[in-house]
Design a protein around this ligand. Structure first.
Ligand code: ATP
Ligand code: MG
Length: 365
């Protein structure tokens, strides 16, 4: 049985609490002989700043680079509001994404039948929803140069952001989208704004070419990003994989998140390019939510987003799709029995603790 080397970065706030439950799940798979994990734990975010004055240390960066995958909790909190910009807790996560080259951000939006009434939309619109937003994470308007505010001669100011994509950047995210679609319902929807943006024109051309030449078996459709936002709220089940740039992905994945109920339910994966010789990708798995300082240290956090992130690691880094399916099924079954943490419980009804939710999922496994 192959052994996988995982770096655990619990971080701040509820990070350590939910990471504790993720560890329990990893141990279970180890004990059952399904997979074996070697884990190492290190500091990131505010916890790292307190220890060494940096949001992530060089030693930890080295561990992340050597690991088969990184499991990340959450960072930040009011305690670190005043720290220097470059040492702010979020800088640790941004450095990891950038230095590990994690260009592909996978955000599944799954609506468990038991939670369909917690969605902002009607039950029949979201029940059984299982879509995946694939966001390009290291390019586009977030990083394009020039990026500046300039004062003009007449005293007026001018702000510039640059939306910039190369063929290579679009090709590699397109391939991830098509590969993912093949493991799902075989459909890719590519969202851009080719009607007003040159980057949208190139995006559309490159995705079309990759689809035709390399993935003729996968259904491809193009949708304008604004229309996609509307369609997500109108009838989201028409989608399987939605692929888009950094900015549209940021917005569309937040829209999709609201279809599913609670922030405490949403996992994510960030993947790098496959190594040309080994085929291995750098990868980081984390819940979509933040460190929730308002509930930290009180065993109130929902650990499902973190536990489902472990499931994504099993699926996308370790080739353990069946184990991931088993874990997803256990989560769905536990929810079906009515077990709820406070964020997903109906007002006035009983809620379980972080640890009780973790234990219930283990028992169901
Ligand atoms: P960030 O900027 O790091 O994304 P944020 O400001 O978006 O953070 P979160 O930390 O995600 O905020 O918290 C938003 C709200 O959702 C808070 O009220 C928090 O308590 C709640 N919340 C977030 N994650 C969970 C969770 N796992 N379980 C229960 N409640 C959660
Ligand atoms: Mg947030």
């Amino acid at each position: 049985m192959a052994s996988h080397n995982l770096l655990l970065l619990p971080g701040d706030g509820i990070g350590p609490e939910i990471m504790g439950e993720a560890k329990g799940i990893l141990n279970w798979f180890g004990k059952r002989g399904i997979a074996s994990f070697e884990t190492e734990t290190a500091l990131v975010g505010g916890a790292s700043y307190d220890a060494c004055g940096k949001a992530i240390s060089e030693d930890t960066m080295k561990l992340a680079d050597q690991a088969d995958a990184v499991l990340f909790g959450a960072v930040g909190g009011p305690k670190w509001d005043g720290v220097p910009y470059d040492a702010r807790p979020e800088a640790g996560l941004l450095r990891l994404r950038k230095d590990l080259g994690l260009f592909a951000n996978l955000r599944p939006a799954i609506c468990y039948p038991a939670l369909a009434d917690a969605s902002s939309l009607k039950r029949d619109v979201v029940e059984g929803l299982d879509i995946l937003i694939l966001r390009e994470l290291t390019g586009g308007v977030y990083f394009g140069e020039p990026k500046e505010i300039v004062t003009l001669e007449n005293g007026e100011k001018r702000a510039v952001d640059t939306q910039l994509y190369t063929t290579h950047e679009i090709e590699r995210i397109a391939r991830v989208a098509f590969d993912l679609a093949r493991t799902r319902r075989n459909k890719v929807s590519s969202a851009e704004k080719r009607n007003v943006m040159k980057s949208g024109v190139l995006w559309n051309q490159v995705v079309t070419k990759i689809g035709k030449e390399e993935y003729p078996d996968v259904q491809l459709e193009h949708v304008l990003a604004d229309n996609c936002a509307m369609q997500l709220v109108r009838w989201p089940k028409q989608y399987d994989v939605i692929v888009c740039d950094n900015l549209f992905g940021d917005i569309l994945s937040d829209v999709a998140a609201m279809l599913t109920g609670s922030l405490g339910m949403l996992p994510s994966a960030s993947l790098g390019a496959p190594d040309p010789t080994t085929g291995q990708r750098k990868s980081l798995y984390e819940p979509v939510h933040g460190s929730a300082p308002d509930i930290a240290g009180r065993s109130l956090a929902n650990p499902i987003a973190m536990i489902a992130s472990v499931g994504m690691a099993l699926r996308y880094s370790f080739g353990l799709g069946e184990a991931a399916d088993l874990l997803d099924k256990a989560i769905a079954n536990v929810l079906a029995t009515g077990t709820r943490t406070k964020d997903i419980a109906e007002k006035g009804s009983n809620a379980v603790s972080t640890q009780e939710m973790g234990a219930a999922i283990l028992k169901e496994l």
